[in-house]
Write a protein that binds this ligand. Structure first.
Ligand code: 4AD
Ligand code: MG
Length: 432
């Protein structure tokens, strides 16, 4: 026999009558007397398999009949047209072998969300999860390629730090020999140090936030794409952001169109994403919200309901610029034209998905920075190195951080951010 081993998505396109070998896991199984109907899945797709008594040795037929869902198997046979089968082909087995037999699978059709989370190590085999992970890989590949083409250098910041980049309330503390350190909330400060030699840098690393709030868009561990560049202001940074986000969306559409079609009602809105994104100031946003009947006043931070209202009717992402100082962290630069605000912008995904990027120009004035650190009661000693960046050849610079799972949640139209990461960490869950 002249066997061709190929991924299912490839072999299903071979002409009928081809002799093939497929490897995968049993996705569905049903038998009636002398015939067993299986659906086999691998990382690339699914195919229907029929195993008929008499077409292969009896022992192999029995193995197929008795194999439980999720057993790993190798099937040899011939392809036939079958209009009703997924992909339009059926594989008729002439040889069948179980490599790893499965016990009764603990996940069946209608399971509670909690059970699916307890069984996450098994649930990630599902077609939905597989599709989401492929979209996520495409998004990250699209980002890395765009960044390389635009001469940003990837760097590797530490995850253990003594600095609270995003405020003291969401820090995870650890014993580090004889002292206390934190898990990194953001690599920003280290990226700022690296621009003095490399000028344009980025990192893709986990960030950790001890978020006590249970929301559909907060994880305690998320993947953070952060970028920092010398010589640019926050307006130029917004241009970088809109191009980068567009490149990420384009890559997902190019490489994982089928997955997106499977996950979303409509991919049309993703095709429409292109620069320039809309820009409104925080003050304009407040006026709009007040006109819509929200009880928000100038100076309050935007929460999920406000972000949803701002972008509900938007097809492309929206930048909200110039937040009041009281809403944002110590490192941002005061806006020259409106000193009540920072030269900063959050990027909100369309259709109510909320913030996907936070960014700003950075304060470079040593005395202003010192005053703010003191105001916030931060331990100055731990920030000495960061202050040195203002002492030795300080340079105008801007940067931002993008939450990969937030982008994936939006692209895949997910209800909850935990489905944008294979092993979600939230306030109530660190297992499996
Ligand atoms: O707005 P954030 O807190 O900004 C920073 O950390 C800056 N230091 C980044 C920088 O300028 N280098 O976080 C940036 C992005 C958010 O817009 C959001 O997409 C994501 O990180 N993010 C989270 N994603 C999931 N779960 C959480 N708990 C998140 N917190 C922030
Ligand atoms: Mg933010």
């Amino acid at each position: 026999m002249n066997m061709t081993f190929l991924p299912i998505s490839k072999l299903i396109h071979l002409p009928s009558d081809s002799e093939v070998e497929a490897r995968g896991w049993i996705y569905r199984a049903r038998s009636s007397g002398a015939i067993v109907f299986l659906v086999l899945r691998d990382s690339s797709g699914i195919i229907q398999v029929t195993v008929k008594k008499g077409n292969l040795p009896d022992l192999e037929f029995e193995a197929a009949r008795d194999a439980a869902v999720e057993s790993s198997v190798v099937v040899q046979g011939r392809l036939f047209e079958d209009k009703r089968a997924p992909g339009g082909k059926e594989l008729r087995a002439s040889a069948f072998k179980v490599l790893g037999s499965a016990q009764p699978f603990p996940i069946t059709e209608y399971q509670s969300e909690e059970l699916l989370l307890d069984q996450r190590h098994l649930w990630i085999r599902s077609r939905e999860q597989t599709a989401v992970m492929k979209v996520k890989a495409a998004v990250m590949a699209g980002a890395r390629d765009w960044l390389r083409e635009n001469e940003f250098i990837e760097v590797t910041p530490p995850m253990l730090t003594q600095n609270a980049c995003e405020g003291g309330t969401t820090l995870f503390k650890l014993n580090y020999f004889d002292r206390e350190v934190f898990l990194s909330q953001s690599s920003q400060m280290y990226l700022e140090a690296l621009i003095f030699s490399l000028e344009r840098v980025y990192s893709l690393a986990p960030s950790f936030r001890a978020e006590k709030s249970r929301t559909s868009r907060h994880l305690t561990e998320f993947w953070h794409l952060e970028l920092e560049a010398a010589w640019i202001d926050y307006r130029k940074s917004m241009e970088v952001q809109e191009q980068l986000v567009t490149a990420m969306v384009q890559r997902a559409l190019r490489d994982t169109r089928e997955e997106l079609v499977h996950l979303r009602k409509d991919i049309g809105p993703l095709e429409a994403i292109a620069p320039p994104f809309k820009r409104i100031t925080y003050s304009q946003a407040i006026e709009k919200l007040q006109a819509l009947g929200h009880g928000i006043t100038w100076g309050c931070d935007l929460g999920a309901p406000e972000e949803r209202a701002i972008t509900a009717d938007e097809a492309v992402p929206v930048f909200v610029t110039n937040f009041p100082k009281e809403c944002k962290p110590f490192y941002m630069k005061e806006d020259q034209e409106d000193p009540r605000t920072y030269a900063c912008a959050d990027l909100l995904a369309p259709a109510g998905f909320g913030e996907i990027i936070g960014g700003s120009e950075r304060e470079v004035d040593l005395s202003k920075m010192l005053a703010r650190l003191e105001e916030q009661g931060l331990c100055l000693e731990a920030y000495e190195w960061y202050l040195d960046l203002r002492r030795y050849g300080s340079v105008p610079h801007s940067g931002f951080g993008l939450g990969i799972e937030r982008v994936v949640k939006f692209l895949c139209d997910l209800e909850h951010i935990r489905d944008a990461i294979p092993f979600p960490r939230t306030v109530s869950r660190a297992y499996p």
